[in-house]
Design a protein around this ligand. Structure first.
Ligand SMILES: *Cc1c(COP(=O)(O)O)cnc(C)c1O
Length: 417
């Protein structure tokens, strides 16, 4: 390493309490954070408001079955996204399963492998074959050119994923779906309150599904919502969510229990009240990471396009495999410091069961997915993480970058021990 750089790198992390390589936890130093720092520590809004809503729910004794809080939450989601219909559900995965069934998908459905495993599971769970598609190396979302090549006479639909909150080429996918007579669904689990060319996410394809899991940006403890501008589809989803009931004693088709309880809607509404604060906090955190890690050789922040709204619930960096340290080395180093960064979405769904056994040669056709799953690291953010925490995290990374060979040797000997 060129000499001039090292002292300045070291100085920059002096106030992190670690100025020498031996201070790193992997060398036996005290972890930089006494408590673990998580990627998805829940954003908790105004507790008093939540408590007030819960008291009200208990007073009314209307705990579930499309109660007033669920209805209010659905209205607020429609207002915020500009979508005509919202059907809240118990979680995002059940939302995907319901949307897939209500749209009549069967046979083969094209889906990215670079996503959370719930996306293909929601298909496979219903004996529909997920056909894994590669992603664009810049946007990380499904590559429409690859989609077109994977269409067969058995294909009935496409499920795009708005990874990290970025719209998955909705115009191009809509065009492909139209030309081939396919249904188009979006897994919008990451993209609540985001926009694409000024239009709210939720308005694209036949339907879109949000997740309000505790680790997501807006949370309901557990929860999700299906949104659509198709009134008939929304009605079918409402019925399916409630066992297929259309009256007290009448069931018209197969359904399940996908209902959102009132207490979840109360949490969701409380989250919505603080939405702007959550976004502002995420923006400050995102900028802090960019400021402190910018220009670190081999490190690159995932870039969001100008002009649209993003919730910035994920801070994504890409680490060049030829950089001073690899992604996995950085991960191990950070975990030792109680910084629980995550390898989203390693190793890719096609390398997880049952898909690995069903499609043993899938990786050959997914070069960008394979490369990204080796490069991408998701860093802690959200309201539980401060700019000061980020300055310290970046300080640790920069310190390790100053003596990569030493760090690498140390990590290798830890593995042997
Ligand atoms: C979180 C997530 C889901 C699943 O949502 P749950 O509400 O946890 O069931 C689906 N897809 C993606 C991309 C997710 O990140």
């Amino acid at each position: 390493m060129s000499s001039g750089l090292v002292p300045s790198l070291k100085q920059s992390c002096g106030s992190a309490g670690k100025s020498a390589i031996n201070d790193l936890a992997i060398f036996g130093g005290t972890p930089a954070f006494p408590q673990p720092l998580h990627v998805g520590r829940p954003n908790i809004g105004n507790r008093a408001e939540l408590a007030r809503r819960i008291e009200d729910i208990l007073d009314s004794a209307w705990l579930t079955n499309n109660g007033p809080y669920v209805q209010e939450f659905e209205r607020r989601i429609c207002e915020l996204t500009g979508v005509a219909h919202c059907v809240c559900v118990c979680n995002g995965t059940v939302g995907l399963e319901l949307a897939i069934r209500a749209l009549g998908l069967k046979g083969e459905v094209i889906v990215p492998s670079f996503t959370f495993v719930a996306t293909p599971h929601a298909l496979q769970w219903q004996q529909i074959q997920p056909v894994f598609c590669d992603v664009d190396p810049i946007t990380h979302t499904i590559d429409p050119d690859c989609v077109e090549k994977l269409i067969t006479p058995c294909t009935t639909g496409i499920v795009g994923v708005h990874l990290w909150g970025r719209a998955a080429a909705p115009d191009r996918l809509a065009d492909i779906a139209k030309r081939h007579g396919l249904k188009l669904l979006f897994d919008a689990a990451h993209a609540f309150a985001c926009t694409y060319r000024g239009t709210g996410i939720g308005n694209f394809g036949d339907a879109e599904v949000f997740s309000f899991h505790a680790t997501k940006f807006v949370n309901c403890f557990e929860g999700g919502a299906i949104v659509t501008n198709n009134a008939e589809l929304a009605q079918r989803l409402r019925t399916m969510r409630n066992f297929g009931f259309v009256g007290y004693d009448r069931v018209d088709y197969i359904g399940t229990n996908g209902k959102m309880p009132e207490v979840s809607a109360a949490m969701g509404l409380t989250s919505l009240d603080s939405l702007d604060d959550f976004v502002a906090h995420n923006q400050r955190n995102h900028d802090a990471y960019a400021r402190h890690l910018d220009k670190l050789p081999g490190f690159q922040m995932y870039a969001f396009p100008e002009g649209d709204k993003f919730n910035l619930q994920y801070v994504i960096v890409e680490i060049d495999p030829a950089a001073a340290l690899t992604r996995d080395e950085v991960l191990e180093l950070l975990h030792a410091e109680n910084v629980l960064a995550r390898r989203y979405f390693y190793p890719g769904c096609h390398r997880m069961e049952p898909y690995r056994s069903l499609y043993p040669s899938a990786s050959q056709f997914l070069p960008h997915t394979e490369a990204l799953s080796q490069r991408v690291l998701s860093l802690p953010t959200g309201t539980a993480v401060s700019e000061e925490d980020i300055r310290r995290i970046a300080g640790l990374i920069r310190l390790a970058w100053s003596e990569p060979e030493l760090v690498r040797t140390r990590l290798a000997s830890r593995k042997k021990a």
